[in-house]
Design a protein around this ligand. Structure first.
Ligand code: GUN
Ligand code: ZN
Length: 422
C-alpha cells in the first residue's frame, strides 16, 4: 500500500506541561495517514522511503480547541459587555437564525474552513439547540470534532427553548446518531436548565460514558443568578455535582469565580476545565486562578470560546494565555501554552491515543508554521510565532495537514460577502 513519506522539517513536540522535544533538523515518517516515527533527521538516513519532502518550516501537532461555539463564529469579538447582557441582547437573537438550514450550512462551511485554516484539527463545539443545525455541522466538519446542541429549556428566548430537547429521551438518539466520539451532552449552563433536567442528562451521560460540556462560573452576575435559582445548592459547582454532571468526561468552560471548596470538588471528580483566556478578557469576566488550578491538580485545556473569544486562532489563545497570567505575576511559558493547546486538549476529549502530539500510531495531523528568526532556542522561536493581531494569527499557519495530507481549502471564502438569504 505504498511507501512511507519522510517529511524533513523543524519539529516541536509537546510531551507535558513543562516539557517538549525539539528537533531543529527533524524527520517525520508518515504512512497511510499515520505517524510511523519521528526524530532527528540523522536517524532517517537509512530509511527506505518513496518520497521525501523538505520543508523550510516548523511543524507542531494540530491545535485542539475544546470549547468553541460554531454558531457564533461570524459575530465573534463584536460585542464587549457583561456576559448575561451579551447573551440576551446579541448571542441568543443570533442563534435563533440557525433554524434556517441554508443559513446553518453556509455558516458551518465557513466555520470549518476558518478553523482548519488556522490550524485547528480537533475540537469540541457548541451548536445552537436546533437538531438540524447540529446534523449539518456534523456533515460539514473538517478534521475531528465533537459537537453538542445547546440544551436550554428556560430563561432564554422562546424560539430557542422550543427548538431545544427538554428531556434525556430526546438527547439519547442524537448520541446514538452522531456516535459517542462525536456527540457531547450539552446543558448550556445551569440558568437554562432545571435541576431535574440536568439530573436526567447526568444519568444519560454516565450510563453512556458520554462527554459533557457546559459553562461554570464565568461572570459574577451569572453566579448571583445561580444562587437565586438554586438556593438548595452549596455553590455553582454543587449545582452540577448534585446532577451527576461532574466526572472525567466533563469539560467545564471558564471556572473563574470558584471557592476552594469548588476547586476541591472539581479535582475530586477529575473534571476538566476549558480555559478561555481571550474570551475572559473580551467579556471582562475575570482571570481564571491558574495557581489554584495547578495547586489542586485540576486538568485544563485551552479554548477560544468564540464568539466571546474574538478569534478562533489557537495561536491567539496561547498569546493571551501567556500575557494574561504574566500580567498577574504568574509564571507561565511557551511549553505550557503549546501543551495545553494540543496534547492536553486531546487528553480532555479522550483522543490522546490518536491525536495531540507526534507519536507512532497517531494521526499525522499537524500545522506547518513559518520558521521564525533562527536565533535563540525553541521557546524564543515559538513565542515569536505568537506575536501579532488576531487576524494575522488566523492566517499565520502556512498549511494544515490532516491524516498525512495538506488540506486543500480551495478559494478563500468570506462569509460576510454572501448575498443576503432570500
Ligand atoms: N454561558 C452560557 N452560554 C454562553 C455562551 O454562549 N458563551 C459564553 N461565553 N458563556 C456562556
Ligand atoms: Zn462558551
Amino acid at each position: 500500500m505504498g511507501e512511507p513519506l519522510l517529511i524533513r522539517a523543524s519539529l516541536l513536540n509537546p510531551v507535558g506541561a513543562d516539557h517538549w522535544v525539539f528537533y531543529r533538523d527533524g524527520g517525520l515518517l508518515v504512512h497511510e495517514g499515520r505517524i510511523l516515527c519521528m526524530g532527528p533527521m540523522s536517524e532517517f538516513r537509512q530509511q527506505k522511503v518513496s518520497a521525501m519532502l523538505e520543508l523550510d518550516s516548523l511543524l507542531v501537532p494540530g491545535f485542539v480547541d475544546v470549547h468553541i461555539h460554531w454558531v457564533q463564529h461570524h459575530v465573534r469579538g463584536r460585542f464587549q459587555s457583561d456576559l448575561m447582557e451579551w447573551l440576551r441582547n446579541h448571542i441568543w437573537p443570533e442563534e435563533i437564525e440557525f433554524d434556517n438550514e441554508l443559513f446553518a450550512r453556509r455558516h458551518a462551511q465557513t466555520f470549518f474552513h476558518d478553523t482548519t485554516r488556522a490550524g485547528t484539527t480537533l475540537g469540541m463545539a457548541y451548536s445552537s439547540p436546533h437538531v438540524r443545525a447540529l446534523e449539518i455541522a456534523a456533515s460539514e466538519a473538517i478534521g475531528d470534532w465533537v459537537l453538542g446542541n445547546s440544551i436550554m429549556e428556560k430563561a432564554a428566548p422562546e424560539p430557542l427553548c422550543r427548538a431545544s430537547p427538554d428531556n434525556a429521551d430526546q438527547v439519547a438518539p442524537l448520541l446514538k446518531k452522531l456516535g459517542h466520539e462525536h456527540y457531547a451532552v450539552t446543558p448550556r449552563f445551569a440558568l437554562n436548565c432545571s435541576a431535574e433536567l440536568m439530573r436526567e442528562l447526568g444519568d444519560l451521560a454516565r450510563r453512556e460514558n458520554a462527554l459533557i460540556q457546559t459553562h461554570l462560573s464565568e461572570s459574577l452576575n451569572e453566579v448571583r443568578e445561580i444562587r437565586e435559582a438554586f438556593p438548595e445548592a452549596q455553590d455553582y459547582t454543587d449545582v452540577y455535582d448534585r446532577a451527576g454532571l461532574l466526572g472525567p468526561r466533563s469539560v467545564l468552560g471558564h471556572c473563574i469565580h470558584l471557592s476552594p471548596r469548588e476547586h476541591e470538588t472539581l479535582a475530586r471528580r477529575g473534571a476538566w476545565i476549558a480555559h478561555c483566556p481571550s474570551s475572559n478578557e473580551a467579556l471582562d469576566s475575570g482571570r481564571m486562578d491558574l495557581q489554584a488550578v495547578r495547586r489542586h491538580g485540576i486538568r485544563y485545556a485551552l479554548a477560544s470560546d468564540v464568539g466571546a473569544g474574538p478569534s478562533h486562532s489557537m495561536l491567539h489563545v496561547m498569546q493571551r494565555f501567556l500575557a494574561q497570567h504574566r500580567d498577574a505575576g504568574v509564571d507561565v511559558n511557551a511549553r505550557e501554552a503549546l501543551y495545553h493547546a494540543t496534547l492536553a486538549g486531546a487528553e480532555c476529549l479522550g483522543r490522546d491515543d490518536r491525536a495531540g502530539s507526534f507519536a507512532p500510531g497517531k494521526r499525522a495531523d499537524f500545522v506547518e508554521l513559518p520558521l521564525p528568526d533562527r536565533r535563540g532556542g525553541p521557546d524564543h522561536w515559538f513565542e515569536s510565532l505568537l506575536a501579532g493581531e488576531a487576524r494575522d494569527l488566523e492566517e499565520r499557519p502556512l498549511r494544515t495537514w490532516i491524516g498525512g495530507s495538506p488540506v486543500d481549502l480551495g478559494q478563500e471564502e468570506d462569509g460576510d460577502d454572501w448575498p443576503p438569504l432570500g
